[in-house]
Ligand binder design. Structure first.
Ligand SMILES: NC(=O)c1ccc[n+]([C@@H]2O[C@H](COP(=O)([O-])OP(=O)(O)OC[C@H]3O[C@@H](n4cnc5c(N)ncnc54)[C@H](O)[C@@H]3O)[C@@H](O)[C@H]2O)c1
Length: 330
């Protein structure tokens, strides 16, 4: 297939591109490089620098003949979304609608969408796809809104879609020979932040609350390796191609929860560095436990995570951060 990957210069998108190429697909990356990196895009893929809100540009790209879209492009910071609501709504919902509408107008009927665990209400047991939807931040709300828009385009135009609700994407990939890792600006994800302490780029790591109803009192989260996530996209886009009708939603996580303290301890063991911690107040909107049940995608699409252990995830992330302490060069 010829696949348009929006946001393919970002963390998850670029690794997915390398897996799509390995599976024999042709890939066009479409990214405005607002948060992504030219150097992250595999050389075998074509990079078109553009914004998903630019309809005229998109129509030109669709004229190249596109079979399917994997739509990663978004602003992704929950905290930032609460301070810049209009920017998040405009970019994540408004511009996604432009992309979806352009796809349908140009005869593309297959789209895989990066949704998020942030659509769910916080619950202290593994979340299923039919668990209560109640985003606690505007970022999660924008993801939910796009899921609903995909529902309407399915109803109105028969658009086939698969929304993948990821939990915490993590680790680094060597798919295709080059290492690709996490390089967000600003960085808010726990594993890269703790690794920055190991690299002496940050003095300590803050733990926001140690009195949660969890075994060690700190938040428990589900971490999924970037190669496992990428593989799920390959499976989803290929499965959509083979279906005549689809409006799918799948969770993507490991089903294992690891506490903040477990992450920090594993980083200590793998890096051999001291990791000073600072106890801070709980943050608004942080649930005690956020863990996925991914049974549905395992059963229906045959997806199977290959790197579920925290040690493997952190070891791969450490290799990336150790060898690229300043991230991508371009
Ligand atoms: N990182 C995670 O743990 C996580 C968890 C759940 C869901 N997600 C979702 O996965 C997707 C990818 O996340 P990521 O961690 O790779 O983020 P990222 O910031 O590394 O990648 C996002 C990419 O989208 C591009 N982009 C943003 N707005 C654009 C626009 N209007 N037009 C064109 N390009 C645009 C950015 O330049 C960037 O390259 C996002 O949709 C995010 O919401 C990520």
């Amino acid at each position: 297939m010829k696949i348009l990957v929006s946001g393919g210069a970002g963390y998850i998108g670029s690794t997915t591109v390398s897996h799509l190429l390995a599976a024999g697909h042709e890939v066009i990356v479409y990214d405005n490089l607002s948060r992504g990196h030219r150097a992250a895009v595999p050389v075998e893929a074509e990079l078109i620098v553009g914004d998903i809100g630019d309809r005229a540009h998109l129509d030109g790209v669709f004229a190249l003949g596109i079979d399917a879209i994997i739509h990663f492009a978004a602003l992704i910071e929950a905290g930032e979304s609460m301070k810049k609501p209009a920017e998040y709504i405009q970019n994540n919902v408004g511009s996604s609608t432009t992309l979806i509408d352009a796809a349908v107008a140009n005869g593309v009927d297959n789209i895989v969408f990066s949704s998020s665990a942030a659509v769910y209400a916080s619950q202290d047991h593994p979340l299923h796809e039919d668990s209560a939807i109640q985003p606690v931040n505007l970022y999660g709300q924008t993801k939910r809104m796009v899921e609903e828009i995909l529902g309407w385009y399915h109803r109105l135009y028969g658009l086939k879609s698969c929304s993948l609700r990821y939990f915490n994407a993590s680790g680094a990939s060597k798919q295709g020979g080059e290492i690709r890792g996490e390089n967000h600006q600003p960085e808010t994800h726990l594993i890269p932040l703790v690794l920055q302490v190991a690299l002496n780029q940050r003095e300590s790591i803050s733990i926001f609350g140690d009195d949660y109803p969890t075994p060690d009192g700190t938040n428990v989260r589900d971490y999924i390796h970037i190669d496992d996530l990428a593989q799920a996209h390959v499976k989803a886009v290929e499965a959509l191609r083979d279906e005549s009708d689809a409006l799918w939603v799948y969770n993507l996580g490991n089903g294992f929860g690891y506490s903040n303290l477990e992450v920090i301890e594993t980083v200590r063991q793998i890096t051999g560095h001291a990791i000073p911690t600072v106890m801070a107040q709980r943050r608004l909107g942080d649930g005690a436990i956020l863990v996925a049940s991914s049974e549905k995608i395992k059963k229906e699409l045959g997806w199977k995570p290959l790197y579920p252990e925290l040690e493997a995830i952190i070891a791969s992330a450490w290799e990336w951060h150790r060898t690229h302490p300043q991230g991508y060069s371009g």
